[in-house]
Design a protein around this ligand. Structure first.
Ligand SMILES: C[S@@+](CC[C@H](N)C(=O)[O-])C[C@H]1O[C@@H](n2cnc3c(N)ncnc32)[C@H](O)[C@@H]1O
Length: 317
C-alpha cells in the first residue's frame, strides 16, 4: 500500500504555475523545501533543461531526496540550509537570478511519521520538534524554561489558542513537579487545562499547542518573513514564485508579501506612475487556491493547503 501522506500536494498545479518561467534552456529553479523531493523530481522530469537547487534544513530529508534525485546527476544541487539563507546559497553557487522558486511549507510526512522527532501529538515521543536536530532548543527545552507569559504569547500568537494563559499556567505548574520530556504528558495537561465544553468540539485540543511549539522551535514565521522578500528579489524578470501554506499564519504572511509586491507604491492621486513605483509582481492566483475534493480524499495533508503564486514583472531600478 502506498502511504497517502507521501503524495506531493498540488503537484500538477505547481508545475503548471511555474512552467512559463522554466521552459527556456538554462532556467534555474529553487525548491526551498525539498522534503522527500516529490516536487523537485516532477520539476526535473517536466523541464529537461532546468537546473534545480534544493534546500532543506533537515539533514535526513536531504539524504532521502538526494537518493531519489541521484539519477539527475549535476542537474540537481542539494544544499543543507534554512531557506532564509537563499541569497548566501545563490552567491556561493555563483547564481545571480533564478527563474522559479517553490515553497511547500511546514513539516514533511517523513518528519511526522518518525515518532522520535516529536512532531506528532498522536503518539508518545520525546518533545523535540527541531527540523534540524543538530541545532537549537527543543520543544521540551521551551516548555521547561520559558516564563508563563512567554508560553502564553507563543500559544496565542502561533497556535491561535483561545485558552493560552490557562494552558501556559498549567505547563508551569506541572513542570515544577517534573520537567517535560515526552508528548503524552503534554497532551494530557492541555486536555485538562481546556474547559470541558470546548473540549467536546473540534479536534484534538493539543493540536494548537503542538503547532505553536513547532513554530517557536524552528523560528518558522521569522524565517519565512525574511525568506519571501529575498525570494522575490532573487527572481529574474518573468520568474515565478509559488507558495503552499498549511495554516493561516503562514498564508497571511505570504498574502501580505505577494500583495505588497503587486501593489503600486505611488500615491493614489498621481496621474502617471513612474517606473520605479510600479508593481514588481503580478499575482497568478486569485486569492488562494485549495486542493480539489478528490485530492483531499486521497491525501489528507492537502486539506489545509493554500497556494499562492506570482510573477516578477519588473526589475528593480
Ligand atoms: C512539506 S515538506 C516538503 C515536501 C516536498 N515538497 C516533497 O514533495 O517531498 C517541507 C520540508 O521543508 C523543510 N523546511 C521547513 N522549513 C524550512 C526552512 N525554514 N528552511 C529549510 N527547510 C525547511 C522541512 O524540513 C521539510 O523537509
Amino acid at each position: 500500500m502506498t502511504a497517502p501522506a507521501h503524495i506531493p500536494v498540488l503537484l500538477e498545479r505547481c508545475v503548471e504555475l511555474l512552467a512559463p518561467a522554466l521552459e527556456a534552456p538554462g532556467a534555474v529553479v529553487v525548491d526551498a523545501t525539498l522534503g522527500m523531493g516529490g516536487h523537485s523530481e516532477a520539476l526535473l522530469k517536466t523541464f529537461p533543461e532546468v537546473h534545480l537547487i534544493g534546500l532543506d534544513r533537515d539533514p535526513e530529508a536531504l539524504e532521502r531526496s538526494g537518493a531519489r534525485l541521484a539519477g539527475f546527476g549535476e542537474r540537481a544541487t542539494l544544499v543543507h540550509a534554512v531557506y532564509d539563507e537563499l541569497p548566501d546559497v545563490l552567491a556561493r553557487l555563483g547564481i545571480e537570478r533564478i527563474d522559479g522558486i517553490l515553497f511547500d511549507l511546514g513539516v514533511s510526512s517523513l518528519q511526522l511519521d518518525r515518532a522520535d522527532r516529536g512532531f506528532a501529538y498522536a503518539q508518545d515521543a520525546p518533545l523535540d520538534m527541531r527540523m534540524d536536530p543538530t541545532v537549537g532548543i527543543t520543544a521540551a527545552g521551551i516548555l521547561n524554561s520559558y516564563t508563563a507569559g512567554d508560553l502564553a504569547r507563543i500559544l496565542r500568537d502561533f497556535g491561535e489558542e483561545r485558552f493560552a494563559r490557562r494552558v501556559a499556567d498549567a505547563i508551569v505548574r506541572e513542570r515544577e513537579k517534573e520537567p517535560f520530556t515526552n508528548s503524552a504528558r503534554l497532551v494530557d495537561i492541555v486536555r485538562t487545562a481546556i474547559p470541558a465544553a470546548t473540549r467536546r468540539t473540534g479536534g484534538n485540543p493539543s493540536k494548537r499547542t503542538f503547532q505553536a511549539l513547532r513554530i517557536e522551535v524552528n523560528g518558522e514565521l521569522a524565517v519565512l518573513e525574511r525568506a519571501l522578500p529575498a525570494a522575490v528579489k532573487a527572481l529574474a524578470l518573468h520568474g515565478r514564485i509559488a507558495v503552499m501554506s498549511y495554516h493561516s499564519l503562514e498564508d497571511r504572511m505570504t498574502k501580505r508579501v505577494l500583495a505588497a509586491g503587486a501593489a503600486s507604491k505611488a500615491p493614489p492621486d498621481l496621474p502617471i506612475v513612474p517606473e520605479d513605483l510600479q508593481p514588481r509582481l503580478k499575482l497568478l492566483t486569485r486569492g488562494s487556491e485549495k486542493a480539489s475534493e478528490h485530492e483531499n480524499a486521497v491525501n489528507p495533508r492537502a486539506a489545509s493547503v493554500r497556494l499562492r503564486a506570482a510573477e516578477r514583472v519588473r526589475e528593480d531600478l
